[in-house]
Design a protein around this ligand. Structure first.
Ligand code: HEC
Length: 144
């Protein structure tokens, strides 16, 4: 009986840890974002043949990945810990939200455009990826 009670409390503990790890979750979101960009970059560079269906499917994944609840991934208190988010995220939340929304709307515009060739795709991809550097510049601290 003691054993059962103990394992139940360990389960409860690990469940709450799994739910409440916004730092790991936001890093995972960003890593997945990087991987999706990595799939599209060779197509944008013309190093892979243009495949409109693959581009659209990847853009749709990027749109899902871009869905961000800032209060869940960057909650108050999660400025402490091992991560590279700048304090500005918490100091100027409306500017951060605006950057989050702009990224999402640029991804969604590319999905809506459903580009059929590289010339249509390139400027859309350029608009999407310009958000990465811009937001990192403002809201991420550099580590040497
Ligand atoms: C709205 C702001 C914003 C946008 C847009 C954004 N990022 Fe980030 N990114 C961040 C922040 C903030 C961090 C730091 C997260 C942390 O460690 O707390 C980060 C971290 C990362 C990391 C490191 C994750 C880790 O494991 O530490 C990668 C990779 C990354 N971003 C890739 C991208 C790519 C690729 C794009 C564009 C397609 C992008 N990001 C767009 C804000 C943004």
């Amino acid at each position: 009986m003691k054993f059962i009670v103990l394992s139940a409390s360990i389960l409860a503990l690990s469940a709450s840890v799994a739910l409440a790890d916004p730092i790991a979750d936001r890093k995972a979101q960003m890593k997945a974002r990087g991987a999706l960009v990595g799939e599209l970059a060779p197509i944008a560079r013309g190093q892979q043949p243009y495949d409109a269906a693959k581009v659209l499917a990847t853009l749709e994944e990027m749109s899902k990945n871009a869905e961000t609840d800032v209060s869940v991934l960057w909650p108050a208190g999660s400025e402490a810990g091992d991560h590279t988010s700048s304090l500005k995220v918490w100091e100027d939340p409306s500017a951060f939200e605006a950057a989050v929304d702009k990224y999402k709307s640029d991804v969604d515009a590319a999905v809506a455009a459903n580009p059929q060739d590289i010339d249509a795709f390139r400027p859309l991809f350029g608009a999407i990826t310009s958000n990465c550097g811009a937001c990192h510049e403002d809201f991420r601290v550099k580590r040497g």
